[in-house]
Design a protein around this ligand. Structure first.
Ligand code: ADP
Ligand code: ZN
Ligand code: ZN
Length: 717
């Protein structure tokens, strides 16, 4: 008996399996999809069994060393998903499997993540082999037949061990899970509105077949309730449900609501420790739970009988993985719902242009939910800061000041968005114009007041605050631009009664920080929540009546064909946080370029208006949805090398396929001392292109000086 084993080879991403023989002692344990330990040159490597056969081998083959686990790690479906990812993203098969699994189950051979057990002692009352006082004391502890071992050990470790040895006590181990969320949420009994009922009934009809739906529902239209009604149907039929949300901050809220309604569920996101992830994963694999709520990677939840997959805020960037394999969770969701013959539900107030186009073409079934449950959409004001600055208002417009004071006076809450973290965004010398820049990335450093340092947001580089100009020696240093830290300080300075809590990368790096910020704000310990885009999506705070946006047009300046879409999404989503219960909501959007169609449409909550404008521009320029895109990033620590190789790649491609653009310098040309150039390809059909991409990949696979990365359908260019 031979097995074909896929192993990870560090230097190359070779997708080759290697043949090994199986010693008699391991024959019964060998199954496709199991992890095995194999000799490889001088090393021992872990790998997955991809096939079992009896083929005669011409050359001498070695035995596998061991079978790592009792259970199969990659079932048939997962094996096929890995192949699908690899073919779609051109990443290696092993990297595809790795991305699907928690760290404890990857084929990497060096994990020390183990199952956690609780030990109990069971008493055998038929034995009267009890001698010392301590032993008697222990026996008298047992009111029932079972006790926690740790409780018994407190009395006397040695007496306990003697009793175990003599068969009076017997040790029983029970697996336990590390992650335990307690919720104080109460489940609300809710009857569906007509719109919700319509969405529910439409999808319910397709519960036993593959059909993709797009729910276009305005913020506050009650999509969550529709999801939960569908999930109820699914689990009543003994099937399972996967629910994806874009960010950790949103899993918290949803997990609480789901726990209150459904009880035991699993949670998967990057905020969990490796041990916790492993436990949650096993709960799913064993069928102990039938619902998982999580971020992108939860799409790989190893349920055996999926009844529905739901992707909330489907337009979100976070569903695409930004490193290898660069898969998109929506593609995997489509693959899995076909496999399990179940519906896929994509929901959003601002569907991606691509998804909405698919819905208009009938690839997805479109369901509209245009009304808020509470019937009132927030009132949106656009404020031109050019006029405000003439009046001397540099940060807060007159209108925002008035509204914010009202909120504080009326004991309501406000959310203020500023999509820049840190304190000042630029520090420069007043006399010679020197700007403090990152030595490794050549972009301006951001001043962080909390740590009193200048930091690079791309590579993490940090240095002391600038007090003296290194170029001319002047002490006259200018601080320009504003981040969330400065905004916090300005609000506290200007608004009496303001209690501010801030949510951005800097305040949420600690484990559990998202949860505690959201809970503190929900409980009303603060009346103003400020933050970056992290606070824009999905959060449901009934007491929030005002949303303010500082520099609402900033994202238009990002050099990307999606910048208008990003701006529309951000403004629409954050506006949706206001006025979600009885009181009417107000939104104040400040900016310098507020007449842009994306901002005007967002202020009117006019998705279709925005879509029609945007899709025309896309058509004219040949961007998605009219073409697919492929981005090739070439990088090197030497500028000359990157430029030479980028030209070589581009020339090769241009000889073979149409619509190859570039090479051009990437929008951030240098990160951490590495230079980046890129080539963009617009294409309709992938087959010929993929052949050439594979060729290029192979040319550079072992090149230590140049890295070539291929990103199919990139979300950023
Ligand atoms: P969305 O996800 O569409 O933005 P949510 O699902 O967060 O909206 O719902 C908005 C609010 O409306 C929530 O507080 C929710 O509890 C409430 N809600 C939803 N459906 C109903 C209903 N049928 N009756 C009363 N309240 C509802
Ligand atoms: Zn100077
Ligand atoms: Zn840097």
């Amino acid at each position: 008996m031979n097995v074909e084993v896929l192993v990870e080879l560090k230097a190359q991403s070779l997708d080759k399996t290697f043949t090994y023989s199986v010693p008699v002692s391991l024959k019964d344990k060998v199954k496709i999809g199991k992890r095995v330990l194999v000799p490889f040159g001088k090393q021992k490597l872990e790998g997955f069994i991809m096939d079992i056969n009896n083929k005669k081998c011409e050359y001498e083959i070695k035995d596998i060393i061991d079978v790592v686990d009792e259970e199969v790690i990659l079932n048939n479906e997962m094996i096929s998903i890995g192949k699908y990812i690899s073919s779609k993203t051109l990443a290696s098969l092993m990297s595809s499997y790795s991305t699907m699994l928690p760290k404890a189950l990857k084929a990497s051979h060096k994990t020390n993540i183990n199952k956690k057990y609780i030990s109990y002692l069971k008493i055998n009352r038929n034995i009267d082999n009890i001698k010392t006082d301590k032993q008697k004391e222990i026996v008298s502890l047992f009111k029932e037949d079972v006790l926690l071992k740790s409780e018994v050990a407190k009395v006397s470790q040695s007496a306990m061990n003697t009793l175990i040895k003599n068969g009076v006590l017997e040790e029983v181990k029970e697996e336990t899970y590390r992650y335990n969320i307690k919720t104080n949420y109460e489940d609300k009994k809710i009857s569906l509105t007509d719109e919700q009922a319509n969405a529910f009934n439409t999808i319910k009809k397709s519960l036993n077949k593959f059909e993709p739906f797009l729910i276009h529902g305005v913020t506050g239209s009650g999509k969550t309730e529709v999801y939960m009604h569908l999930i109820k149907e699914v689990i009543d039929n003994n099937k399972s449900a996967i629910v994806l949300v874009p960010e950790i901050s949103l899993t918290t809220q949803l997990v609480n609501i789901f726990k209150a309604r459904f009880g035991n569920i699993a949670v998967l996101h990057s905020g969990l420790s490796d041990g916790e992830r492993y436990d949650e994963y096993r709960k799913i694999a064993s069928g102990e739970v039938n619902i998982v709520v999580g971020a992108r990677s939860a799409i790989f939840a190893p349920f055996k009988n999926i009844g529905i997959i739901i992707i909330d805020e489907e337009h979100s960037d976070t569903y695409k993985q930004e490193n290898n394999p660069r898969y998109n969770a929506i593609d995997i969701a489509i693959y899995r719902s076909k496999y399990h013959k179940c519906p896929l539900v994509l929901g959003s107030a601002t569907p991606s242009i691509e998804s909405y186009t698919r819905a208009l073409l009938g690839t997805y079934t479109l369901i509209n939910m245009p009304t808020r449950v509470n019937k009132n959409l927030p009132k949106v004001y656009l404020v031109d800061m050019k006029d405000e600055i003439k009046k001397g208002n540099r940060i807060f417009s007159e209108l925002l000041t008035t509204k914010l004071n009202e909120v504080i006076k009326d004991n309501k809450q406000a959310i203020i968005l500023l999509n820049r973290r840190g304190f000042n965004t630029i520090m420069s010398c007043k006399s010679c114009g020197y700007v403090a820049k990152c030595p490794k990335c050549d972009i301006p450093l951001t001043y962080h007041k909390v740590s009193n340092t200048l930091r690079c947001h791309y590579c993490g580089y940090g240095e002391a605050k600038l007090v003296k100009c290194p170029k001319c020696g002047s002490l006259d240093i200018n601080s320009l631009g504003m981040g969330t830290q400065k905004l916090e300080e300005e609000i506290l300075k200007n608004f009496e009664g303001a209690k501010v809590i801030r949510m951005d990368v800097d305040t949420t790096s600690r484990k559990g920080a998202h949860e505690s910020i959201i809970e503190a704000f929900r409980k009303g310990e603060y009346n103003i929540l400020i933050g970056t885009q992290m606070i824009s999506k999905g959060l449901d705070f009934p007491n929030v009546t005002l949303v303010g946006v500082i520099n609402g047009d900033a994202s238009l300046n990002i050099p990307d064909f999606r910048s208008a879409e990003k701006t529309f999404d951000l403004l629409n989503q954050v506006s949706g946080r206001a006025g979600r219960s009885k009181s009417l909501g107000n939104v104040v959007i400040q900016g310098f370029n507020i007449n842009h169609y994306s901002i005007v449409a967002a202020s009117k909550c006019d998705y279709k208006g925005f879509y029609n404008e945007e899709v025309n521009i896309r058509k004219r320029l040949g961007y998605p949805p009219y073409n697919n895109l492929c981005l090739i990033k070439i990088s090197s620590s030497s500028y000359d090398t990157v430029s030479k190789e980028a030209n070589k790649v581009a020339n090769y491609l241009k000889e073979n396929i149409p619509n190859v653009l570039g090479p051009s310098v990437s929008s951030i040309p240098k990160i951490n001392n590495i230079y980046y150039m890129q080539i963009l390809i617009k294409y309709k059909k992938s087959d010929i292109l993929y052949e050439h991409l594979k060729y290029i990949k192979n040319v550079y696979i072992n090149n230590k000086n140049v890295k070539v990365e291929i990103d199919i359908n990139p979300l950023r260019i």
